[in-house]
Design a protein around this ligand. Structure first.
Ligand code: ZN
Length: 367
């Protein structure tokens, strides 16, 4: 008998022997509003906390528009517009020269969060950002996982810390939705060992692990977030990455039932939704008025294949939402980057597709 040879998991590249339908969806069935993209970054950040008003830009608007036109994307929402001068730079670069094609969100002044007078300053800054052209507020997972009492030192600042209450209220009063990312995949809070389903991803990005040290658990982060939703019922929250818990749609459903001001976006989580297609399909049917299309696309990003802005990425999302194709890749990459599994299409009917692709976002963004 031939001796068994061990194979390094990173070398394993099985080709599926399934002879099943492969549908290419080059354009979305309805015009798309992608509510989750990153078309700018803080020029300076430290330990997960953006620290500068100034922005750096990963692409020219013309390069983005070429892909948008080819893929039937009407509007891209740049969530990381920053604050102060950053918002003005983004609006001048994207929104104003290309009306209707780009939307900019503002972000909190994290570096000032420890200062006396911050709560009112931050609320006023939201109003100024709106006057400068911002259409919403973005919260990165900075809040809860990176921001500390002395910005990058000291104890972690809690998501439901009272100092942010005037900011959440200002968003409600000004009609600006809050796109919020808290926590991360549940597996990132567990040991990165051989039982972790995202072992390879965590092995490639060890800094993505929130296991141990002084990090709260996934459940604590989500409960703190829920207390914010309960305290600010007039503020609309778009919970990114499928309510920040795509692995547990029962939990997300419970939250949606509890908080009428909560909505969900699907960016970078079709790998989760698509491996539980029957549960996902029921989720889309039940919450069809509260689910928004998003990708978390980053132009030129190579670190995270599931987020590389381009035609391949959008075609995968469209195939997932529109077809009943089986067992296909959720990211344009030779190895599935978030875990070694494949996905199944939802085959959503046109009525739901239109809501998810644009109607729900248009209502929240008032466009
Ligand atoms: Zn994102």
């Amino acid at each position: 008998m031939a001796q068994k040879k061990p194979l390094d998991i990173s070398e394993f590249a099985p080709k599926s022997m399934l002879h099943v339908k492969e549908t290419r969806v080059e354009r979305a069935r309805f015009p798309v509003i992608d509510v989750h993209t990153h078309l700018a970054w803080a020029a300076k950040s430290e330990k997960g906390v953006p620290l500068s008003e100034g922005r750096r830009f990963p692409a020219k608007p013309e390069e983005l528009l070429a892909v948008m036109d080819a893929k039937n994307i009407r509007t891209m929402v740049n969530l990381t517009g920053g604050c102060g001068k950053g918002v003005r730079e983004c609006v001048a670069r994207y929104d104003r020269p290309h009306p209707g094609r780009f939307v900019t969100f503002t972000e909190p002044w994290w570096s000032k969060a420890h200062e006396a007078g911050y709560p009112q300053f931050q609320a006023d800054a939201i109003a100024r950002a709106k006057a400068d052209g911002a259409r919403g507020l973005k919260i990165l997972k900075t809040l809860g996982l990176y921001l500390r009492e002395r910005t990058v030192e000291g104890p972690l600042v809690k998501i439901d810390d009272k100092r942010f209450d005037p900011m959440w209220d200002a968003c409600g009063q000004l009609g600006l939705p809050v796109a919020i990312h808290v926590s991360d995949p549940e597996a990132f809070f567990l040991p990165a060992d051989r039982t972790n389903e995202r072992f390879e991803e965590l092995n490639n990005h060890p800094d993505w692990s929130f296991h141990g040290r002084d990090f709260p658990s996934n459940a604590e982060l989500l409960e703190a977030r829920n207390r914010v939703f309960a305290r600010h019922p007039k503020t609309q929250f778009i919970t990114l990455h499928v309510g920040n818990f795509a692995e547990n749609l029962a939990y997300v459903s419970e939250c949606l039932d509890r908080f009428p001001n909560m909505h969900v976006e699907i960016g970078a989580r079709i790998g989760e939704l698509g491996r539980q297609p029957r549960t996902s399909r029921r989720f889309f049917e039940r919450y069809q008025d509260r689910i928004l299309f998003g990708t978390d696309a980053v132009p030129g990003g190579v670190e995270t294949p599931q987020q590389i802005f381009g035609t391949a990425l959008y075609e995968i999302y469209y195939r997932f939402l529109e077809t009943e194709d089986e067992y296909f890749d959720y990211a344009p990459a030779p190895v599935p980057p978030q875990g070694r599994w494949r996905i199944y299409g939802l085959g959503l009917p046109p009525g739901i597709l239109e809501k998810v692709y644009n109607r729900n976002a248009a209502a929240l963004l008032k466009i």
